[in-house]
Design a binder for this molecule. Structure first.
Ligand SMILES: Cc1ncc(COP(=O)(O)O)c(C=O)c1O
Length: 352
């Protein structure tokens, strides 16, 4: 605290990102990164832009990237917004579309950045409890609201929601924006992108950080009706004209174009997930159904914090959330490659 801080800063409760330790030979299963590197075509595209043109600002509209995203999803370029990671896109969404007189609704157990943005932008919110099976029940969102946001699949549970439930919500909730944060959608969850042209209040947010292995490049995007996109552009152009640098634009385009690599790596992650779930259940873990590149699991006889600590002593890092109490006995484990999964399973076998 300092006399120089503004009132806003004094009142903030910032997001705490997962650890990025500098330890060698670590099996890092704590921040849902992809165990496989980006496509070799992305690396080549990045090398190709390491040249004299870096002295020039990038395209403030990221026109080539927007065109590549629009083509990929069969949308118009005016239905695409891009930003510096989906966290930045989400921040603009909260400010541009979710700040209203009525409260914003989101699940009580979800991506912990949502309440942080509410704090930053002074948005009132109401947290809707997950049901007894840790699922989002969209029937519980049928109440007056200034907007609705949830991840699909949800994080940190990993549980996916079907499109039928989402469409039922969109049919009734027509007076506020519904934002679906599809950060992990490519690992076996149905995307709502196909509904965009039918529901003008639907905004879908995605990222290249997960299934495209580009967490380090920072590219995310929102897809929706052109009026929603225009609101985001207005905020972006009041904040930072150049969120996508020359590397990010070139790498992101190459990643979207290499569909074969994307398909191969996401299938490998899903196969490792299936193997891990089987092994964990055989050891007595309860594992929630996952449509993501992580699983959420608890063991009836072993304390989650202790398990996380003992794994760390074996150089394996997973994520444990002390709060809320309802999930304090769960571990969130990112799906690693085949060898990492084997080493995790071997380590757990010595502990449970
Ligand atoms: C649900 C969810 N949404 C969005 C993000 C942000 O991803 P990025 O800013 O890397 O695009 C994350 C990151 O872990 C996430 O878990």
């Amino acid at each position: 605290m300092s006399q120089f801080w503004s009132e806003v800063v004094k009142g903030l409760t910032p997001y705490i990102p997962g650890e990025q330790p500098k330890i060698q030979n670590l099996i890092k299963l704590n921040t849902n990164e992809n165990p496989y590197g980006p496509s070799p075509k992305v690396i080549a595209a990045l090398q190709a832009v390491a040249n004299d043109a870096l002295r020039l600002y990038p395209d403030p509209d990221s026109g080539r990237l927007k065109a590549a995203i629009a083509e990929y999803y069969g949308l118009g370029t005016n239905q695409v917004f891009v930003g510096n990671g989906s966290d930045e896109v989400l921040a603009h969404v909260f400010q541009a579309l979710l700040k209203h007189e009525k409260p914003l609704l989101f699940p009580d157990i979800t991506y912990s950045f949502y309440p942080v943005y509410c704090g930053l932008y002074g948005i009132q919110s109401e947290q809707i409890p997950l049901n007894a099976d840790f699922e989002i029940d969209l029937a519980d969102y049928a109440k007056p609201n200034g907007g609705i946001i949830f991840p699909n699949p949800n994080a940190p549970t990993g549980i996916p929601l079907g499109l039928q439930a989402i469409e039922a919500l969109l049919k009734t909730n027509t007076e506020s924006v519904v934002v679906i944060d599809e950060a992990y959608v490519d690992f076996g969850t149905e995307s709502a992108v196909g509904l965009i042209n039918r529901y003008p209040n639907l905004l879908v947010v995605q990222t290249l950080s997960k299934a495209r292995s580009l967490a380090g490049l920072r590219v995310g995007y929102a897809l929706g009706n052109k009026a929603l996109i225009e609101a985001l552009v207005r905020v972006k152009d009041s904040f930072n004209s150049y969120p996508i640098d020359r590397f990010a634009e070139a790498g992101a385009i190459a990643a979207l174009q290499d569909k074969a690599y994307f398909e191969e790596t996401r299938q490998k992650v899903m196969a490792s997930r299936a193997a891990l779930v089987l092994a964990l259940r055989a050891m007595g873990f309860e594992v929630l159904p996952s449509g993501a590149n992580f699983i959420f699991a608890r063991h009836p006889q072993h304390d989650a914090a202790e398990l996380a600590q003992k794994l760390r002593e074996q150089n394996i890092i997973v994520r444990h959330f002390k709060q809320p109490a309802r999930i304090a006995q769960f571990l969130r484990i990112t799906i690693g490659d085949e060898l990492q999964v084997q080493r995790l399973v071997a380590a757990l076998k010595t502990l449970v």
